[in-house]
Design a protein around this ligand. Structure first.
Ligand code: HEC
Ligand code: HEC
Length: 361
């Protein structure tokens, strides 16, 4: 995991006695999950989401322990973390824990129904959705006043969800179920980047559990006074008709005009009215506050979640930074009524680093 403090490697958690957790008692396992402390007493880095796992019931911890211990032991050596001073000093995490860590099991809210409480448990504890979706401060502590508000993680933007969703159309419970199980919903488009493995794993859950998570997350949305039909009409109207732009539609601004031409030649083949793709005007990667997901998918394409193998998109590796800048500016201008992004340049350079890292693996 790339963190602002350096690279943290996930350790071997197979039951291998030398390199894994094969000699750990259930009590040691429970302490790691609930308190973030290793068998030898050292603090674990919060990149391991024990601040979420602390909410897991004792019963589920026992089940997880039984499951892990029944797996094949794998002798591979974990890599050494690459953390600079002072972040390489584990004892400092005692201070981090005092500031940001609240140990304790999930408590059901008696005011809410069973679905909501089940969903809350899955989202907050096992699903640890906030580990990516909640922004962190300079010390890597979650900003608790901004739960699920959206955050950069691993060179992507984990979009705001619940009360903070930037999606043009409000999420319905069933739209959220589609997105979390298949990785795609007509009103919101496809899951990409680090969200892809999340939905591939969620697809293994019983549908009732996914529904409960959807009930929980959508319950934080404010009452929707947006006009669904008007938003759908806008999205439809902005879709390209074909790959040829009528001269009357040529934009005056030279950079936007170059982006418009690029969109017509490279993107409108698939992203136009007759195609099966969700309209770009509905995607949070286009309407949201951060351009980086749009840039990432343009540079690296989309290898879609297992549930929607047809939703794949090719990568565009040969575009220069300037061409990419013009294209991204055009997409924002054309498909939304939001203000222009002012951080496209820096987002492009982070996306380029992402790409060279992932293709060098
Ligand atoms: C490893 C980090 C990570 C974790 C963990 C994670 N997400 Fe995400 N999520 C992302 C990223 C990155 C995106 C943006 C993907 C894109 O633009 O296609 C995203 C997108 C989403 C979206 C779509 C938002 C929109 O408006 O388009 C929803 C809904 C969502 N996540 C829900 C969840 C839920 C529920 C969980 C917990 C089960 C979860 N996520 C866990 C990283 C993560
Ligand atoms: C060969 C077909 C194809 C081409 C060409 C193509 N795309 Fe896509 N793109 C897709 C598909 C399929 C999806 C997923 C559609 C959906 O969500 O319904 C997608 C999704 C997207 C998304 C939404 C991603 C998200 O996080 O939700 C963006 C943004 C996007 N494309 C931008 C572009 C841009 C910019 C270009 C041109 C440089 C382009 N696409 C060219 C097929 C294509």
């Amino acid at each position: 995991m790339q963190t602002p403090f350096g690279v943290v490697y996930a350790t071997n958690i197979s039951p291998d006695p030398e390199n894994g957790i094969g000699t750990w008692s259930e009590e040691a396992f429970r302490r790691a999950m609930h308190e973030g402390i290793r068998k030898d007493g050292a603090y674990l880095y919060p990149a391991f989401p024990y601040d979420h796992f602390t909410l897991i019931t004792d019963e589920d911890i026992s089940a997880l322990y039984a499951y892990f211990m029944a797996q094949e032991p794998i002798p591979s050596q974990p890599l050494e973390n690459e953390l600079g001073f002072p972040f390489n000093i584990r004892t400092l995490l005692a201070g981090w824990n005092l500031l940001y860590f609240e140990p304790g099991r999930f408590e059901a809210d008696p005011e809410q129904d069973d679905d909501w409480n089940r969903g809350g448990y899955l989202v907050e504890a096992l699903g640890h959705c906030g580990a990516c979706h909640t922004p962190r401060n300079a010390l890597g502590g979650p900003k608790l006043g901004e739960r699920f508000a959206g955050a950069r993680v691993d060179g992507w933007y984990a979009t705001g969800i619940g009360a903070h969703s930037p999606s043009p159309l409000q999420w319905s419970e069933w739209g959220m179920v589609n997105y979390l199980i298949d990785g795609w919903d007509r009103d919101h488009g496809v899951a990409a980047g680090p969200m892809t493995p999340v939905v591939n794993h969620l697809a293994l859950l019983p549908e009732d559990d996914i529904y409960a998570m959807a009930v929980y997350i959508t319950s934080f949305q404010e009452d929707d006074d947006r006009d669904r039909d008007a938003i759908l009409a806008f999205a439809e109207e902005r879709e390209f008709e074909s790959q040829t732009i009528p001269e009357s539609d040529f934009l005056d601004d030279p950079a936007l005009r170059r982006g418009q031409e690029r969109f017509a030649s490279s993107c409108a083949d698939c992203h136009r009215r007759v195609s099966e793709t969700a309209p770009l005007a509905l995607a949070s990667s286009v309407s949201g506050p951060d351009p980086i997901n749009l840039i990432n998918v343009t540079i690296d394409g989309i290898r879609p979640p297992d549930g929607v193998p047809e939703k794949s998109m090719p990568r565009f590796t040969t575009m220069s930074d300037e061409e990419l800048h013009d294209l991204v500016s055009f997409i924002r201008h054309h498909f939304t009524e939001e203000p222009a992004w002012d951080n496209i340049k820096s987002a492009i350079s982070i996306a380029r680093e992402n790409f060279s890292r992932s293709s060098g693996r």
